[in-house]
Design a binder for this molecule. Structure first.
Ligand code: HEC
Length: 109
C-alpha cells in the first residue's frame, strides 16, 4: 500500500511540474501574440533569420498575393517560425507593400 502511494505522489508531482513549466512559458507565448497582427514586426523578426530583408525588398512589387503566399510557404518549409495566422498577415502586408518601402528596404534607395 505504502509503495503504491509513493508512486502516486510522484506521478502527481510530475504532473504539477510539467504544468508549472507550461505556466512559465505562457508569458513568452503572449509576447509573441502581441506582434501577431503587425506585418512589419513579423517580417523584420521572422524573415531575417536566414537572409537579410534585401531579399524580401527585391521581391516587393514583383509578386502577386499568390506569389507571396508561395514564397512564405516555402520559407516556412525551410524553417521560418511563422504560424498559419501570422503567415496570412505577412502575405497581406508584403503583397500590399510598394517596392522600395522601408523597413524592408534600406532607406538610401
Ligand atoms: C529558415 C531560413 C529562412 C527563413 C526563416 C526565411 N527564409 Fe527566405 N530564403 C531562404 C533561402 C535559403 C532562400 C534562397 C533559396 C530560395 O530562393 O528558395 C530564401 C529566399 C527568399 C526570397 C527570394 C526568392 C523568392 O522566392 O522570391 C524571398 C523573397 C524570401 N526568401 C522571403 C522570405 C520571407 C518573406 C521570410 C519570412 C516569412 C523568409 N524569407 C524567411 C531561407 C529562409
Amino acid at each position: 500500500m505504502g509503495k503504491t502511494r509513493n508512486g502516486l505522489v510522484l506521478v502527481i508531482l510530475c504532473v504539477l511540474c510539467v504544468s508549472g513549466l507550461a505556466l512559465f512559458s505562457a508569458p513568452i507565448a503572449d509576447g509573441a501574440e502581441a506582434v501577431a497582427n503587425d506585418g512589419a514586426a513579423l517580417v523584420m523578426n521572422s524573415c531575417t533569420l536566414c537572409h537579410d530583408t534585401q531579399r524580401v525588398c527585391k521581391a516587393l512589387g514583383n509578386k502577386g498575393k499568390d506569389g507571396w503566399d508561395i514564397t512564405v510557404t516555402k520559407m516556412i518549409f525551410k524553417g521560418a517560425p511563422v504560424d498559419h495566422e501570422q503567415k496570412q498577415v505577412i502575405v497581406d502586408w508584403l503583397w500590399n507593400l510598394p517596392a522600395g518601402s522601408p523597413p524592408v528596404c534600406p532607406k538610401e534607395k
